[in-house]
Each structure stands twice: as C-alpha cells, then as structure tokens.
Design a binder for this molecule. Structure first.
Ligand code: SAH
Length: 255
C-alpha cells in the first residue's frame, strides 16, 4: 500500500507532441496547484522555452524535472495503467470513462503501488490512434458535441482537479483489491506485442489481410486482461514454440 502523501509520485502527466511551449507551462501550473509534479514530454516542438516558464507562473520546478522523450513508450516506463484523454471518440474502440472514474481508477492503482500515466495529445490533432492503442481507457471530459475540444492545459486542470478531489476523499475511492501480482508495465507489454506480431507473420496468419486491425484488436484484448510479468513469460514461451514449429514446417516444405 502506498502512503497517501506518496500517491502523487505514482501519477504522471504525459503531454504528447505539444506544439505550444506556453501550453506546457500552463499545464505545469495546473498540475502544481493540485499537488502533482511529474510531467513527461514526448517529442515537444519547443522545450525548454521561455514561454513555458512564463506561463508556469512559478511552477518552474515541474518544468525543470520534466522528462523529455523521443517516443511514447519511453515516457510510459513502469506504468501498468495508461489513460488517454481525448475529446473525440476515435476509430479505436476503447472503454470510455469520465474524468471522475479515471481519477478513482488511477488512485486505486497508485494505492496498490502501481505507476499510472495520463496522456494528453497534440493541440491540433489530439492523440493519434496509435497512441490511444497504448491506453487502457479513453477519458472524455463531457463537453458539448459541437465544440468539444478544451485547451490542452485546461484539460490537464480538469483531470488534476478530479484527482485532487479523489485524494481529499471528496469522491470515494474503492478499497484496493489485493492482487497477487501487479500487471506488467507498458514496456513489457510492448515487447510482447512485437513478439506476437512477429509470430503472426511467421505462422502466416494474415494471408494477405492488413495486420494493423488485428493487432489493435489483440492489444485491446491483452490490455483488458492486464497480464502480470509471469503470465507474459508463459505467453512468450507459447509464441516462441509456435515460431519454432513454423520454422520446422517451412524447412519440411522446402524438401
Ligand atoms: N482537435 C483535437 C483536440 C486537441 S486538444 C482532438 O479532437 O482531439 C489537446 C488535448 O487536450 C487532447 O488531445 C486531449 O488530451 C485534451 N482534451 C481536450 N478536450 C478534451 C475533452 N473534451 N476530453 C478529454 N480530453 C480533452
């Protein structure tokens, strides 16, 4: 169990491909007012930048400690729960939850000692399908349909506020269910998906169909299951055997 005072350290705000450094600063301020300090930036267009510091309005410590990554997966290191904020329902059919439910799930996971990421997309294009595919759920702030997109830092503020309310006990957080083994983190899941994709090719599963759709479906399935590292090892073992059999069969076919 994580002590209440340590919960914020288990939550990270990941800003993906942010265009305007001012938004990074405003997001830092929004986080800091609600007690959060861990910001990760994925391929920001301009950072560090004076405009970011100006709009952080004193939350410079958040900016100074922010991790900067070239790819999304690096920014998710150690995370077993990834929640993607998006104004629009995309092609990817993820479970859609409210910021309030997201806050509850995030805090319950943090209380179990897990690391949680909240993902925010680019100002113009939002989160791409590829990025949402890394998420366990999509969080939608219930804005109106014909003008649904909030400013990035304001979306960060809403989410940080809901987390703060939940931490203050204003919203009941379900008692954590003790689990024997924590779910594997994003990097391990990614390794598994790559092995799975390679195996499907090796066993000629696709037969001319595009592998993208089936891989997105399979990601969803395994994300729902939240396998532990030990369970992933079993799955890797099965895949490796399937690859070995495919290689043997290919050898025989060539006789
Ligand atoms: N046109 C983009 C909007 C990007 S706004 C789109 O339709 O996705 C920048 C980011 O702020 C989004 O990627 C998302 O992370 C967050 N955001 C803005 N409005 C939101 C809303 N109503 N619900 C959840 N997240 C939202």
């Amino acid at each position: 169990m994580t002590a209440d005072s340590e919960l914020p350290a288990h939550l990270r705000f990941v800003l993906v491909r942010t265009s305007h450094p001012g938004n990074i600063g405003s997001a830092a301020r929004a986080m800091r007012t609600m007690g959060f300090a861990r910001m990760e930036l994925v391929a920001p267009y301009r950072f560090p930048d004076a405009e970011a510091n100006a709009l952080a309005a004193g939350a410079d410590d958040v900016l100074a400690q922010a991790g900067v990554h070239t790819g999304l997966i690096d920014s998710l290191a150690g995370c077993s729960l990834v929640l993607g904020l998006s104004a629009r329902r995309r092609g990817v059919t993820l479970p859609e939850i409210s910021p309030r439910d997201a806050a509850q799930q995030a805090l319950a996971a943090a209380a179990r000692g897990e690391q949680v990421a909240l993902l925010f997309g680019n100002e113009r294009t939002g989160l791409e399908n590829e990025e949402l595919a890394r998420c366990h759920a999509m969080v939608r702030i219930p804005s109106v349909d014909d003008f649904s997109s909030l400013n990035l830092s304001q979306a960060v503020q809403v989410m940080a506020y809901e987390l703060r309310l939940a931490m203050l006990g204003e919203v009941p957080v379900p008692a954590p269910v003790p689990t024997a083994e924590p779910p594997a983190d994003a990097a391990r899941m990614e390794q598994f998906y790559q092995h799975l994709a390679q195996t499907l090719e090796d066993i000629e599963f696709h037969k001319g169909r595009a592998p993208t759709t089936i891989m997105l479906r399979l990601r969803k399935l395994y994300q729902r299951a939240q396998p532990s590292e030990r369970e992933l090892r079993v799955l890797h073992g099965i895949l490796a055997d399937a690859q070995r059999m495919a290689q043997l069969a290919a050898g025989r076919g060539g006789d």
